[in-house]
Structure formats: structure tokens, C-alpha cells
Ligand binder design. Structure first.
Ligand SMILES: [Fe+2]
Length: 293
């Protein structure tokens, strides 16, 4: 197999940014890069993205693709920063249009934001195949966590995005706008129908406190045997009931408001205002549940 993978893990958001490359010719794709955001100060840094750039440089790789598995709610995307620094085309699943429409309404964005996907260089359809050097990466539609999630399959490796986590952590939440636990179950079972030895590269790990170090790779066999939410024997209705129940207990992600409004713009920050400062919007009383109720 000529596909090699190296990973930069962001401990602040639990995100694994994978660099997959064709070792024969050095063409690379970066999957789900993180732009660091200090919510207390409103300060952006590029520490994680610079680690990715250093990794690319150390292997002499040419960045061909910057791939997003979905519009993340837990971190801002470094796609535009990486593109400025190293080139490459920014791509996401074509159903991002529905996500853009939803969040255009929430953020009351004006005519300068068109929910038409043109912020990205390419929109990817289910079953489409893109090439990374001579590697063939097939786009798998895996909605459920959001309406637009995709995964990428390169031979016996699948980058699963936010579908499965490590077996002891389970699965991604489904309570964001457009999320659907039943749809996620069906997407996951499609992944778990692949051969048992298929390698699954995860977008996140949230290791149970103090119990183990972060890990971002599993297999179909390991997930079918031991995933706490969706191992073999757990049916669709049981999963849906568990997932919906659990989602009701989860806090809104710390960075959902800053993250989503940047990520639906493919990682571009808003235009600076007349004083030269860029601003993000915070809708009040629009997300989450009222504690008072
Ligand atoms: Fe996500």
C-alpha cells in the first residue's frame, strides 16, 4: 500500500488531523485541520496548523487537498490558512448547502453569504472518487451527526469523520440542527459492513479521564466487537433511544458558535470592520435548552 498516514492531535479539542499521502510521488491530503481558538480572549493561533505544515515540509509533500468531513462544531477549520500557506483545494460534502442554509438563518447572515457552497473549491458527491497523487479516495456519504457528513475510503483505510469514536467512547452526537440518530446508525452500519480488518481513522478521541492516552485508529472488527453504543447486537431502535437520551444530557460544545460561522465559510474569517478588527456573532437564546425550564 502506498498510502501513508501521519496525524497531528489537538489536545484542546480532541481532534485528530490526518495527513494521508502517496509515498511514491509525495502528493498529500490533509483531513480536518484545526485553527486554534482561545474562546476567553477571542484570539486565533495557528499552532496546530503549523504542526501540519511542518509535517508536510519534513516529508517534502505537496498539498493537493484540504478535506473536511463536515462543518465542525467543536473547532474552527484551518483550511484557508493551510491553503494560503501550502496550496491545495478545499473540499467538503455537497450537502453542506443544507447546513449553510440552516446556519445562515441562525446567524442572520446577509447577501454576502450565499448558501451555495462556493466558499469551497469543490463539493463532493457520494461515491465520487478523488485522487491524491495516484491514490484513489472514494467519498462515502455518512450523514447523521450532521446532514452533510462524509467519509473517505482509500483501499482498506477509511477516514470516518464524526461517526464512530474509539470503542470505549462510542459514537458522535446527533442533536445539532440536521442531525438524526437513526440516519447515523444506518451510516455506521454501512461502515461496519466493510471487512473486519478495515482500518478506521477517527476525527476525535475523548479518552475516558486518566484511563488511557488518545488513540485515533481502530478497525471494523474492534468496533463490531466492543463499541459501547453500536457493537454487534445493538439494533437501530436501541441505538436511537440511547443516542437521543444521551444527547439530552450533553452541553452545547464550547466552540459551536465561533466554529460553525467560520466553518460554513470554508475556514474563512469574517471581513474586518472599519476599525480593522474582525468580529464573530453570538446569537442570544437561540441554541440549547433553557436551564430555567
Ligand atoms: Fe463534528
Amino acid at each position: 500500500m502506498q498510502a501513508l498516514i501521519e496525524t497531528v492531535f489537538d489536545t484542546a479539542t480532541g481532534t485528530a488531523t490526518h495527513v494521508v499521502y502517496d509515498r511514491r510521488n509525495g502528493y498529500a491530503a490533509v483531513i480536518d485541520p484545526v485553527l486554534d481558538y482561545d474562546a476567553k480572549a477571542g484570539r486565533i493561533r495557528t499552532t496546530n496548523a503549523d504542526r501540519v505544515l511542518a509535517l508536510l515540509a519534513s516529508h517534502g509533500l505537496t498539498l493537493q487537498w484540504i478535506l473536511e468531513t463536515h462543518a465542525h462544531a467543536d473547532h474552527l477549520s484551518a483550511a484557508q490558512y493551510l491553503k494560503q500557506q501550502a496550496g491545495g483545494r478545499v473540499a467538503i460534502g455537497e450537502n453542506i448547502l443544507a447546513v449553510q442554509q440552516t446556519f445562515k438563518r441562525l446567524f442572520n447572515l446577509g447577501d454576502d453569504f450565499n448558501p451555495d457552497g462556493t466558499q469551497f473549491d469543490q463539493l463532493l458527491a457520494a461515491d465520487e472518487v478523488i485522487t491524491i497523487g495516484e491514490l484513489h479516495a472514494e467519498v462515502l456519504a455518512v450523514p447523521g451527526h450532521t446532514a452533510a457528513d462524509i467519509a473517505f475510503q482509500i483501499g482498506d483505510i477509511v477516514f470516518v469523520g464524526d461517526t464512530l469514536f474509539m470503542p470505549d467512547v462510542g459514537t458522535a452526537r446527533c442533536d445539532f440542527p440536521g442531525g438524526d440518530a437513526r440516519v447515523l446508525y444506518q451510516s455506521i452500519r454501512k461502515l461496519l459492513d466493510l471487512p473486519a480488518e478495515t482500518r478506521l481513522l477517527l476525527c476525535h478521541d475523548y479518552p475516558p479521564a486518566q484511563q488511557r492516552a488518545p488513540v485515533w485508529e481502530s478497525t471494523v472488527g474492534a468496533q463490531r466487537a466492543a463499541n459501547i453504543h453500536v457493537r454487534d447486537g445493538i439494533g437501530e431502535d436501541e441505538f436511537v433511544a440511547m443516542r437521543n437520551q444521551r444527547d439530552m444530557t450533553l452541553d452545547v460544545p464550547l466552540l459551536i458558535l465561533p466554529a460553525v460561522q467560520v466553518n460554513i465559510r470554508a475556514g474563512s474569517l469574517p471581513q474586518a470592520e472599519s476599525n480593522g478588527v474582525q468580529y464573530l456573532k453570538i446569537p442570544l437564546n437561540a441554541l440549547g435548552r433553557s436551564r430555567a425550564g
